[in-house]
Design a protein around this ligand. Structure first.
Ligand SMILES: [Fe+2]
Ligand SMILES: [Fe+2]
Length: 168
């Protein structure tokens, strides 16, 4: 039976990531699971590789785009669920249950674990706003699962970020 190997970013990867993050954002990155950290660093390295510094349109946007890639899934740290739970919630959200999940508030007014996972893009955006991140970095956390028509960030930047995320 195949076992799933969990990945962790290397020290070199973390050092590379820290060049694009504030101290507060680095702390947020460290709260994510090893798998999630490895994923966001892979996404950020793809963004780094696909946008040339000399690109007239996106070259000047590179820094915040790489930070946005590193931070886009940070809300997951607030919603710790195992891989099976994550898959279940992903399917529910895919089927249109996001709005329903948002109503899963417990009696004390707090979101349950599954609902927190379903709303992690928004949780991430709040964490990033509190951390004083660039507004576009917080926006991409909120918007990265939404259709392009709902993006507030420039579509060419969102397309690069989205494509890099889709590769896993
Ligand atoms: Fe995501
Ligand atoms: Fe992602």
């Amino acid at each position: 039976m195949a076992t799933r190997r969990s990945s962790r970013p290397s020290d070199a990867d973390l050092q590379w990531a820290s060049r694009y993050l504030s101290a507060a954002e680095e702390t947020l990155l460290s709260t994510m699971t090893g798998d999630d950290q490895a994923h966001v660093i892979r996404v950020a390295r793809r963004v780094d590789a696909s946008v040339a510094v000399s690109d007239p349109l996106l070259g000047p946007e590179r820094r915040w785009m790489i930070a946005a890639a590193l931070m886009h899934d940070v809300g997951k740290a607030e919603a710790p669920l195992g891989p099976l739970g994550r898959s279940a919630v992903t399917v529910i959200v895919w089927l249109g249950g996001g709005r329903v999940a948002r109503r899963y508030v417990d009696r004390s007014g707090r979101l349950g674990r599954a609902a927190r996972y379903a709303t992690y893009p928004e949780l991430g955006a709040s964490l990033l706003t509190q951390a004083g991140s660039d507004a576009r970095v917080a926006a991409w956390s909120r918007e990265h699962h939404l259709p392009m028509s709902s993006w507030s960030i420039p579509p060419p930047a969102g397309e690069v970020l989205s494509r890099a995320d889709d590769l896993g």
